[in-house]
Every structure is written in C-alpha cells, then in structure tokens.
Design a protein around this ligand. Structure first.
Ligand SMILES: Cc1ncc(COP(=O)(O)O)c(C=O)c1O
Length: 224
C-alpha cells in the first residue's frame, strides 16, 4: 500500500538495508531501492556495537545525486535484519532523521525488531542505561514520520502487522489501496482478535521479564 503510493518510476528509496520483500514492493512500483549500510556491516569478523547503522555520508551523497524531490523515503530497518540482524543506534536514527528533515524527505522505520534493537541501545549505547526498552523505542518512533511493522517478530504474534503514518492524507490514500488488496480496514485483512493479540504482544515485548536476552545472553556479547 505504502510503496504503491510513494514509489513509481524515477523515485528512489534509501535504507540501511531493505528487507527483500520490502525491496520487491518498491521495485514493483517502478522505483529503485538502494542499501547504504556502514562499511563495517560487511565484515563479519570485526566487532562494532551498531553494525546495522545507515551510512549518513553516503545518504547525503545519494540525496545530492538523485535530488531530494526524487527520494520517496528513507527506510531505517531496526534491527537491520537483512544486514545480519544487526542493531541501529539512536544516534544514527537521529542523524538520519535530521538529514531527512533538512531535505524534506519522509523518514520511515521498518520496526519489526524495534524492541530487540532497544535492548542493544540500552546495553551498548552510552547514555541510555537508565531508560526502559519502551522509552528507547518511543524515542526512535518519535523521530520518524511513520513505521511499518511485521508483527510476527516483536509483536509476538503468529500473523499480522501494521502501517502507521503521521500524514493522515497519506494514510487515507493507503487505506484506499487496501480496498483493492484485502478489503476495508474495518473488516479486511486481520480479524479483531489478531489485532488484539498484536496490541498485547507490543505491551509484553517491552517487559524486562520478557527480555530473555537480558538474562541469558553471555556477557561477552555486551561490550562494556
Ligand atoms: C525487516 C523486515 N521487514 C519486513 C519483513 C516482512 O514481513 P512479513 O513477512 O510479515 O511481510 C520482514 C520479515 O522477516 C523483516 O525482517
């Protein structure tokens, strides 16, 4: 729905790494998807606390090359699943959001593992130790113009997901596309029960008790 509305021939989407089905939807619209992970992402043997980050210098260069008007959106995937499932720092999300704001470009989160990403921010990014996982995720969402989420991950459900947008006009336009693919948003797609399951999953996933990684991960994974 979203990429049908935002994409099309001549448009480009930049990302740390687009998930393959996200890329497929972008390319099907006629647009181009360009991955701009930091160089450390390609080195599987080196340590970097946030190997999922987007390379902000390359983003600036890409915007200059294509022209801001042609950039449909920047999609920050947290965690960077197709880039090794690596986390993204809050500082990186802030830097990307700033660049988008300066250039009038939409900034989207592909947020399917945003709770796990928050765990890494709290334990690896100085200054975030006292924040809850929920606060960290909310800080990241607050930077964005919208988010897509496959809730099969940090929504803790068997099926479903959502698209959330600040731009109500764009949201309405996406709902219209939904009519063609699934039906009206009031009855097409997910059943009410499944939506309730997502709502509950999104509450529970930020509970410190849920965070098995908080207790079970070997300390060597957490660089002090
Ligand atoms: C980052 C990311 N985005 C999107 C998707 C697509 O999710 P779905 O299969 O629910 O459409 C996935 C699935 O693994 C993903 O990891």
């Amino acid at each position: 729905m979203l990429y049908t509305r935002l994409g099309g021939a001549g448009k480009v989407f930049f990302s740390n790494t687009l998930f393959d089905t996200t890329r497929a939807n972008i390319e099907y619209s006629g647009a181009t998807g360009i991955d701009l992970p930091i160089p450390e992402n390609a080195d599987t043997q080196s340590y970097h606390p946030f190997k999922g980050n987007l390379d902000v210098d390359k983003l600036k260069a890409g915007i200059a090359e294509w022209g801001a008007d042609q950039v449909a959106a920047v999609v920050l995937t947290v965690t960077n699943n197709s880039g090794g499932g690596q986390p993204v720092s809050l500082a990186n999300a802030r830097a990307v959001a700033d660049i988008c704001k300066q250039n009038g470009i939409m900034f989207l989160l592909d947020a399917c593992r945003v709770a796990e990403n928050a765990w890494f921010v709290r334990h690896r990014e100085p200054g975030n130790e006292q924040k809850s996982y929920r606060d960290i995720a909310q800080e990241m969402f607050a930077l964005s113009d919208g988010a897509i989420m496959s809730a099969k991950k940090d929504g803790l459900v068997n099926m479903g997901g959502f698209l959330a947008l600040r731009d109500l006009e764009l949201a309405q336009a996406c709902r219209t596309v939904l009519i063609i693919t699934e039906g009206y948003s009031t009855y097409g797609g997910l059943s009410g029960r499944d939506m309730e399951a997502i709502a509950t999953g999104l509450e529970e996933v930020f509970e410190p008790d849920y965070s098995i990684i908080g207790s079970a991960v070997p300390r060597t994974w957490v660089k002090s």
